[in-house]
Ligand binder design. Structure first.
Ligand SMILES: [Zn+2]
Length: 629
């Protein structure tokens, strides 16, 4: 027999077992104890917070033959029948797939008949916001004059899409995201009962990754239990979802801040050998430096950053010998580097170049000798991974006499660094003056049928390097006449000429209505959950989706860097492509996009509307937003 997934096995069966949600559990239980039930309930809240589980518990409790302190006994024939789904008087309907008038008519016709063996017929309508207008109207008639034996429980993640006429007839209960502590405690209970050796830190990490969704957290534990050999540590969990551990990030940050280029390249080499995702590591490094910045600014960083003591000590040490300006510059530089990496055919090389360039952002140079005179530092880079040939050297040369026109005036001639592969000059990089933004140029050479159109290309060439074109300041990916995507994301500090051009972008035409779109998207998200790709699920669900018949769009606000990055990774894109094609029963391309005003794009999101709104405000006011309970 197939093993039951943890989240099914650990679905709560009584009010006592429900994690958090006291604001809902208490009144419902009281109504059972006092025998005062309503006829219509509206359960609202994020997915995975226990709405349908609690609806089932309530259905059992009000019908149970021997309830205990309001709890269903789970032993009597009625409890057993509901648990097994064989009791016809308790009906669960998924409005996502049964949203028509006929579906509701059948139900409201049937509701008139008295129940066969229970006191109350209970109708649980999940994803109730998916009902059509006609279906809502049909339901409203019954809610206006419900038979005494009928109870309706509507569950929804999007209460604002339920007509006011329906809401006004329901007792409304709002489910909250579950606090980190409560999720962790629950995970510990499950782990211990299954004799899983897992550290508290690892459980906490799972809870953080699940963002207040208990179901996702339990699925992560399930995944770790089958996917990790031996004890489950925090690092093992991070490894499982493709994130690097804190010590590695500490080493990377250390190498950057102390300007140790050899150590930096060695770490990139190790990273590359480990097969870890390079782009995600840049995301993590930026987040790590953000935490170092918090250590620098905050009087009580331990409260703001919930990590292990050792990690915190590492951060405090780094915070001690860096200043806020440098940290801010590095974080911005990493963000710019991310947009380059997304399109590069040779990730590792671009990452190395990008990191070396970032060293130029750091004052009190320990590599100042590289800038003066003609010294050359050569660092051997082990050949591996994406780099095609051996014997590569990264050469950083100072060329004080180089004329660079078109760049902002600058007291000190910028150092040039070039990556040499055999005799071939691969790329040059400008070490930007301390105050200037690093070049955010990108080139895509891996898509032969597409044309890279360079806009606002600086006209002057760097003398002495005639065969190397200055990379364009902005590149637009064009396929045929259709503008597919732009490569630059807006820098943190607004620079008008670097703004993203979205003007000619094809608007996904509405080939299906909002409801259908969401039904399909939720099916894809559920499939991601079933397959255990919780990390992709967590990242993808905050996108606004659109579909034009050929392409399935995932739109991310410009503030949603990590979500965008994760979904843009090849493994995620491939998987999403497969699942969406499967869902749409035809080949569909998945296009991951980021735009400054994704909220205006055609599409719908699985994220609650209030959160989208907060995101928008934060984005407009430049306030960083991290979502956690
Ligand atoms: Zn019972």
């Amino acid at each position: 027999m197939a093993r039951i997934a943890f989240y099914r096995e650990w679905r709560p069966q009584t009010f006592d077992e429900v994690v958090a949600q006291e604001q809902v559990v208490f009144p419902l239980r009281q109504s059972v104890v006092k025998g005062e039930t309503g006829h219509a309930y509206l359960f609202t809240g994020t997915r995975g917070t226990g709405k349908t589980s609690l609806a089932r518990i309530y259905a059992k409790a009000i019908n149970c033959l021997s309830p205990e302190d309001g709890n269903p006994c789970n032993k009597c024939e009625i409890c057993a029948g509901i648990n097994e789904g064989t009791l016809l008087d308790v009906v669960e309907m998924d409005a996502a797939s049964h949203n028509s008038v006929e579906n509701i008519r059948r139900l409201t016709d049937e509701v008139l008949f008295a129940p066969a063996i229970v006191r109350y017929k209970v109708y649980i309508i999940d994803e109730a916001h998916m009902l059509s207008q006609g279906a809502f109207n049909a339901l409203l008639k019954t809610l206006e004059e419900p038979p005494a034996h009928a109870i309706f429980i509507l569950a929804t993640t999007e209460p604002h899409r339920i007509p006011a006429t329906i809401i006004s007839r329901c007792q409304r209960y709002d489910f909250r995201r579950i606090p980190l502590e409560d999720v962790t405690v629950r995970l510990r209970l499950i782990a211990d009962s299954h004799k899983i050796n897992v550290t508290d830190e690892a459980l906490r990490t799972m809870a953080v990754l699940a963002e207040g969704t208990l179901r996702d957290a339990i699925s992560l534990l399930d995944q770790a239990n089958t996917g990790v050999e031996g004890d489950i540590s925090r690092d093992a969990v991070l490894n499982l979802v493709g994130l690097v551990d804190d010590q590695f990030l500490a080493d990377l940050a250390d190498a950057l801040l102390s300007k140790r280029i050899d150590q930096l390249l060695d770490l990139v080499n190790r990273l590359s050998l480990s097969g870890r995702d390079l782009i995600q590591t840049v995301v993590d490094l930026a987040r790590y430096l953000r935490n170092v910045l918090v250590c620098k600014i905050s009087d009580n960083p331990a409260e703001m950053i919930q990590i292990t003591e050792q990690s915190l000590n590492n951060m405090l040490r780094l915070a001690n010998f860096s200043d806020t300006k440098t940290l801010t510059k590095l974080i911005q530089g990493l963000s710019a580097l991310l947009s380059e990496l997304r399109w590069t055919p040779d990730l590792r090389t671009s990452l190395e170049i990008g990191l070396i360039r970032l060293l130029g952002e750091i004052p009190d140079s320990t590599i100042a000798n590289l800038r003066s005179g003609n010294s050359t530092v050569t660092v051997k880079v082990a050949s591996e991974g994406e780099l095609p040939t051996s014997d590569k050297t990264v050469e950083v040369t100072a060329q004080p006499e180089t004329q660079v026109s078109g760049l902002p005036d600058n007291e000190e001639p910028p150092a040039k660094a070039k990556l040499v592969e055999g005799d071939k000059l691969m790329a040059t990089l400008d070490e930007p003056p301390a105050e200037a933004e690093p070049d955010r140029s990108v080139e895509m050479t891996d898509e032969p049928e597409q044309i890279v159109e360079a806009a606002a290309q600086p006209e002057p060439q760097v003398s002495g390097l005639p065969d190397i074109e200055e990379p364009p300041a902005k590149a637009i990916l064009v396929e045929g006449d259709k503008l597919m995507a732009t490569l630059d994301e807006p820098p943190a500090e607004a620079e008008p000429e670097r703004s993203v051009e979205m003007t000619d972008e094809p608007e996904p035409s509405q080939v299906m209505d909002h409801e259908q779109l969401i039904i399909h998207w939720n099916n894809v998200l559920n499939e991601l959950n079933e397959l255990g790709h919780i990390d992709i699920l967590i990242m993808a669900r905050s996108s606004r989706v659109g579909y034009d018949g050929t392409n399935w769009y995932l739109n991310f606000d410009s503030s949603m860097n990590s979500q965008f990055e994760r979904c843009s990774m090849p493994d995620a894109t491939r998987l999403l492509c497969r699942l969406v094609s499967q869902e749409m029963k035809q080949p569909v391309e998945v296009v991951i996009r980021k735009s400054p005003d994704a909220a205006n794009n055609v599409g719908a999101t699985a994220e609650p509307e209030w959160l989208s709104r907060i995101r928008k405000v934060c984005q407009e006011t430049d306030v960083p937003l991290e979502v956690e309970e």
